[in-house]
Design a protein around this ligand. Structure first.
Ligand code: EPU
Length: 427
């Protein structure tokens, strides 16, 4: 297993280019299963969650051609099985998009319950409710979701819980259903719009993505397409936070500034300078970080996937800040690690109260999940001394070339492979 050895204290200075969006890629790649042609997908991030979803498609019998590091061609015309076993599904959340995509294309799917970051209970009842409303028989049996239908028929579906995953999964299943599906109380994240644009580029008829009502008129046939994935909002936000944490000055390129508005607003409130350009954003800091309160919410609110990174800023800000997690039950597991670095934090359920400290100190720490890992890495970059950050496989799930990108900005970060890696990985 690898770890990062980070010597903190260098301000990040220079330019960094943002990769394609993880959470768009892990939905769009399964969506290629719906096509009767070849899909060429560009701007794919080179991260382990994406490699895993590509591997699942390959195991199902799809032809996969890597054109270059960020472009792939998927030919799903000759799929041989509609079953995704536990061993493949357990490593990532997005494996559940295979249910919607396989059900949409073949009217049947058998997919193991998904894995992913541990934020407490992660139910998929809204996904299953959506499939059932489209006419599928859905059952859970030995950890597998089994869904099948003679035909899928459009319906009016109201999500009781605002869910990104359920919105995407229902869109996938409904794209080739008979008639009109109206999905109400839908999530509005940028990657939902990206998925709708991808499906429409193949000939689907989806309107309203990005609002809370999405209308999907089923079509019989989807063509191949060429499509480029949007830049990753959360990767961009993570570099924005890192620039602010280290008193740096970073031009973050290949972004959609509109997707970053809630993140930009909080940085400005904390006294950080942010300049927006057409497709880049510059973040710099010269003065102290000022306290603020943050509440995470579905888009366009402040993203839960930026909560840990901003908590690191608040741990060093002047005064008392309150962070309220509005999406997940348990997303403060990293706080224990941050305390080891000298942060002063009290957690009560979904609320964390930070008393800003002058500085964070290096300590041996471990990533507890993907975004928590990114946050602890930022803490280490800002801290006094040499931090060893373990369990960084979490970070590799979602950040392309992270140490190369950080090193180019002046960070002192090294990846070290720890002895016994092969044994640890096999467990
Ligand atoms: N929920 C239900 N029932 C459901 C589905 C969700 O009660 O059927 C609840 C969840 O327990 C949670 C809330 O609804 O409290 C929101 O969950 P959502 O379904 O929106 O989350 P997700 O689709 O599982 C995606 C991202 C997460 C991100 C959330 C929220 C992917 C692959 N994952 O998860 O990203 O935190 O949306 O924005 O798109 C990450 O990238 O680090 C990450 C964890």
């Amino acid at each position: 297993m690898d770890k990062f050895v980070i010597t903190g204290g260098n301000p990040l200075i220079g330019e960094v280019s943002i990769s394609g969006a993880k959470n768009a890629a892990v939905a769009i790649i399964p969506a290629a299963l719906l096509s009767d042609g070849v899909c060429r997908i560009e701007n794919i991030p080179n991260i382990s969650d994406v490699s895993m979803i590509i591997r699942i498609l390959h195991e199902l019998g799809a032809g996969i051609k890597m054109i270059n590091k960020s472009t792939i061609e998927i030919d799903a015309r000759h799929i041989t099985t509609t079953e995704v076993p536990y061993e493949m599904a357990r490593r990532m959340r997005a494996s559940y998009y295979m249910i919607g995509a396989l059900l949409g294309r073949f009217k049947q799917a058998r997919v193991s319950m998904p894995g992913g970051c541990d934020f407490g209970v992660r139910p998929i009842d809204q996904h299953l409710k959506g499939f059932a409303a489209l006419g599928a028989e859905v059952s859970l049996d030995q950890g597998m979701v089994d869904a099948h239908a003679d035909e899928l028929v459009g319906n009016q579906i109201y999500l009781d819980v605002l869910s990104v995953g359920a919105t995407i999964n229902i869109m996938l299943a409904a794209t080739k259903a008979k008639g009109l599906t109206i999905l109400e109380n839908a999530a509005r994240e940028p990657h939902i719009v990206d998925l709708a644009n991808f499906l429409n580029s193949m000939g689907a008829d989806i309107r309203g993505a990005g609002t809370d009502v999405i209308k999907i008129r089923g079509v019989d046939h989807l063509n191949g397409t060429t499509y480029s994935i949007i830049p990753d909002q959360i990767e961009a936000g993570t570099y924005m936070a890192a620039a602010a944490a280290t008193k740096g000055d970073v031009l973050i390129k290949n972004v959609i500034p509109k997707h970053l508005e809630s993140i930009t607003a909080k940085l400005l409130e904390m006294g950080v300078q942010v300049e927006e350009y057409d497709d880049s954003i510059r973040v710099s800091r010269s003065g102290d970080l000022m306290r603020c309160n943050i509440k995470t919410m579905p888009h366009p609110g402040f993203p839960t996937d930026m909560q840990p990174q901003f908590a690191v800023l608040l741990a060093m800000a002047k005064g008392t800040s309150i962070v309220t997690e509005g999406v997940w039950d348990n997303r403060f597991r990293y706080v224990e690690e941050l305390r080891r670095m000298g942060a002063s934090v009290q957690v009560d359920g979904k609320v964390a109260v930070f008393e800003g400290v002058e500085e964070l100190r290096a300590a041996p720490i471990k990533a507890t999940d993907l975004r928590a890992g990114a946050a602890l890495m930022i803490a280490a970059l800002a801290a006094n001394g040499v931090t060893e950050l373990e369990e960084i496989y979490h970070i590799d799930r979602g950040y392309e070339d992270i140490e190369e990108k950080l090193r180019a900005l002046g960070a002192d970060i090294r990846r070290v492979t720890m002895p016994g890696a092969a044994v640890a990985k096999a467990q």
